[in-house]
Design a protein around this ligand. Structure first.
Ligand code: DGT
Ligand code: CA
Ligand code: CA
Ligand code: ZN
Length: 575
């Protein structure tokens, strides 16, 4: 169900984790981690590749190629199976707790027999870790905080993970003879940033064939319930999928109902009641006569309620009903409005693809312009230097316009230091066409310092876009604490855009803050922060987040023509 590249990337990452837990050498662990990223980010499908082909993937040497080859031929990697035999799955899960590394996880297992997150939480609360080497009161507090964060995301999955599963199932079901319509609904259609379960809806005169097909899909590990109208399964990654099959003439009502949200549905049902109608997943009915008056499609259902069709990303009872009633629904930004990506990386820093590869892939997407924004020197691991940046600029100028006429901007992603300062002196920064500036360290500064830090970054005449502004990592790191109203005011005043980072574990700025920032007069850049060719396609998740923040195209700088964008990027620069 996942791309073969992603499956193998997961296996290599698991291998790296298990090596680390069992005390393997750090450099070897790192090699497997890098290989995992490279395989996941490799543009070509690896199934069908031989060992020689596999070795052409960056960071994949002979022994890793052999392991991938073994997996492709036999469906397993025997060394991985051996490691799995030594380390219970729960111990690896322990390492997903922020702040708990592999060594500590193994200590907990070997010395206290702790093999699950629940077991660890109970042990801390019972004081059973007292006296254990390396586990002081502060460590315990951090662990409890990490566990709470893990519970908060709970069993919910990343938007892209759910989307890939859903699209594959919709494709499979749509191909079954007798299936008339099929689509995903629920929180996924609303593009929430995490998904509890996937809801699929289909119409067919006879549901049996669809129910059989969904149970037999390769990625389905367990059938939770099956019946004539609903079947629930769990995939091998633990995600629940509900398939509902309805009669063709109730499609619109069913799609409206199962898209939700619950709060939005309550409002639409109330509107029906006021008109002496009854709305359910089966249709919109006249209460007096019992006649069904609408349900073929969503437009008809909303139409008969006296409403225009409401985009799913707005259906949270966040004012969309009132806006619809007054004919004031926003015309939302869509993928088609985006003319270029303004935050991307190459293998000059931590990207996986070369400049040429990234540019060619961007041109294939039909972009009019594209910015390369590799990391700046203060992210020491990336080893950026003045000369490297300048050499890249020459290359960028050479490639400018060479791919389908797409124009290139040479930028950089600066690090906003704890005092709001950025990497390079103003003279050097002035040489870039644009600068993104992001927080990559000192995440837990108190609110006044964090606010000042972000405001100072906005006031820098060379900073055009604040990248992933809250620095949250969904399920892993809380957003930084800042007075956002003050930051938004600074953005609006200085002509600094806020990013909506489309990376599925970021989706940052989050939708609720997008809406607030928009009201404060802020403009936005919807960027992928791509570190590999496949990441360019994450744009859709940024668009979903922007729509949930009620964003219209005129407020998105990378929907503007290049000439207007260039004027904006000039900001406070001289000449
Ligand atoms: P999730 O799965 O937690 O990410 O969120 P949803 O919104 O997909 O929720 P889910 O899967 O429980 O149900 C899908 C939709 O079906 C939900 O958004 C609205 C509708 N729905 C389900 N149960 C109820 C209910 O008891 N009342 C109402 N009004 N709607 C419901
Ligand atoms: Ca759901
Ligand atoms: Ca559901
Ligand atoms: Zn970046």
């Amino acid at each position: 169900m996942q791309r073969p590249n992603d499956v193998v990337a997961d296996l290599l990452q698991e291998y790296a984790d298990l090596m680390a837990i069992t005390g393997g050498e750090a450099f070897k662990v790192r090699v497997y981690e890098m290989a995992a990223r490279s395989v996941g980010g490799y543009a070509q499908d690896i199934s069908g590749m031989n060992p020689a082909g596999l070795r052409r993937i960056p960071n994949v040497g002979t022994s890793i190629a052999a392991k991938i080859d073994e997996y492709l031929r036999t469906g397993a990697i025997h060394q991985l199976e051996e490691l799995r035999g030594k380390v219970p799955a729960g111990v690896r899960r322990l390492t997903t707790i922020p702040s708990l590394g592999p060594k500590k996880a193994m200590t907990l297992y070997e010395e206290c027999g702790i093999g699950s997150v629940e077991g660890l939480e109970a042990a801390i609360r019972a004081g059973r870790l007292h006296g254990l080497h390396g586990f002081g009161a502060k460590t315990e507090e951090n662990l409890l905080h990490g566990i709470a964060l893990l519970h908060k995301t709970g069993a919910r999955v990343r938007l892209d993970v759910a989307m890939e599963v859903a699209e594959e199932i919709v494709d499979a079901l749509s191909a079954v003879p007798g299936c008339e319509r099929c689509a995903y609904a629920g929180s996924l259609r609303r593009m929430k940033d995490t998904i509890g379960d996937v809801d699929i809806l289909a119409t067919a005169a006879d549901s049996a064939a669809l129910m059989t097909v969904v149970q037999g899909l390769p990625a389905v590990a367990e059938v939770i319930a099956h019946g004539e109208t609903k079947t629930s399964v769990r995939t091998d990654t633990g995600l629940q999928v509900d398939l509902r099959v309805v009669a063709p003439d109730s499609w619109g009502a069913a799609l409206q109902y199962f898209t939700g949200s619950r709060a939005h549905n309550i409002r639409t049902r109330e509107i029906a009641v006021h008109q002496k109608l009854k709305l359910s997943e089966y249709g919109l009915f006249d209460v007096a006569s019992g006649d069904r008056i609408a349900s073929v499609d969503e437009e008809e259902v909303y139409g008969r309620l006296g409403l225009p069709w409401i985009p799913p990303t707005l259906r949270e009872d966040g004012g969309e009903i009132e806006a619809a009633l007054h004919g004031e629904l926003p015309i939302l930004i869509t993928d088609a409005d985006i003319r270029g990506d303004l935050h991307t990386h190459t293998d000059l820093t931590d990207g996986l693809a070369s400049l040429e590869e990234m540019v060619a892939a961007a041109a294939d997407r039909g972009y009019a312009y594209y910015a390369i924004t590799d990391h700046a020197p203060k992210l020491y691991m990336q080893r950026m230097a003045d000369a490297k940046a300048l050499a890249q600029r020459d290359q960028v100028r050479r490639l400018d316009g060479a791919c389908g006429g797409m124009r290139l901007l040479h930028g950089t992603e600066l690090n906003i230091g704890p005092d709001g300062e950025v990497d390079w002196p103003p003279e050097f920064l002035a040489g870039f066409d644009m600068c993104v500036a992001s927080i990559h360290s000192h995440f837990s500064q108190p609110r006044p310092e964090m606010t000042r830090r972000l405001v100072l970054a906005c006031e820098n005449p060379c900073v055009n876009i604040i990248g992933h502004p809250t620095a949250r990592l969904i399920g892993k790191r809380e957003p930084v604490d800042a007075d956002w109203a003050e930051v938004f005011a600074a953005c609006a005043r200085t002509g600094t855009a806020l990013e909506i980072n489309a990376f599925p574990d970021r989706l940052d700025l989050p939708a609720d803050l997008v809406r607030l920032a928009q009201r404060a007069g802020v403009v936005f850049a919807i960027d992928t922060d791509a570190h590999a060719v496949p990441h360019l396609a994450h744009l859709r998740y940024g668009i979903g987040t922007a729509q949930r923040g009620w964003l219209t195209p005129d407020r998105v700088i990378n929907s503007w023509p290049l000439s207007r964008l260039r004027k904006f990027l000039r900001k406070g620069r001289s000449a």
